[in-house]
Design a protein around this ligand. Sequence first.
Ligand SMILES: Cc1cc2nc3c(=O)[nH]c(=O)nc-3n(C[C@H](O)[C@H](O)[C@H](O)COP(=O)(O)O)c2cc1C
Length: 243
Amino acid sequence: MIKVVAPMAGITNADFLKKVIPYGFNVATLGGYSLDAPTIDASKKIIERGRSEFDFPLSEIFTHIENEVESIKKVHNNVKVSANVRATTAQPIIDVGNIKDLDIVEINCHCRQKEILDIGCGQKMLNRQDLGDFISDVVDNVNSEVSVKIRANVEGTDTLKLASLIEDSGADYLHVDAMKKGVFEADWELLTEICNNVNIKVIGNNSVNSQVNLQKMIDTGVDGFSIARSVISGNLDFNITDF
Ligand SMILES: Cc1cc2nc3c(=O)[nH]c(=O)nc-3n(C[C@H](O)[C@H](O)[C@H](O)COP(=O)(O)O)c2cc1C
């Protein structure tokens, strides 16, 4: 079972990940990071209104990620390191995917902060006509594996069709925040349907916050699960090691 520390901007740096990996995770996600002028500018605006974000200038971000990867690998050599990233074009994402020892580059098609949506990134990527080509461009030009993180049930999108498109684009992982409006649990039915329809490795995300919900997530047929808010304190108060 793939067990992922999900990205939390401003929080999931190497020091944080090294602390929580021992709870039983085998993939640790750095980021989300902004990689070009428009996304870095959007991050700055998000910080100005008080939300946590990583804040690195263009001149430092790639070296920073490289150092963070090395810092984790030194202590947890058997854990895959992923970097969740946002950019308006594929090239900066390709550059991250070629960072030495980075195992997975994750294309963020998930963020719904207004400043990110305004520049066509994050969740807005799901509406791009060329999303498949964008992902394939990354897949074809990186040494790492490629994950695509999406939000489910976004108005105006068909999550099942997106799952197939992402599979066809050659990505290695489909990371699904199976959020469902008005419900405080993941959309277990949709995750089951996705798993029954695609062969790409599916990482299920959202509301894995107890032994009961972890079991519900496993029962959908996912290849792995990810956890964000339940580790935000640096502790995990249920057991993930039995899977
Ligand atoms: C403070 C915070 C920051 C987040 N930043 C990111 C991010 O940068 N990129 C991303 O793909 N998801 C981000 N997320 C979403 C989480 O990765 C995850 O999809 C979401 O919290 C649902 O999972 P959970 O129920 O385990 O928390 C963030 C979540 C939180 C709480």
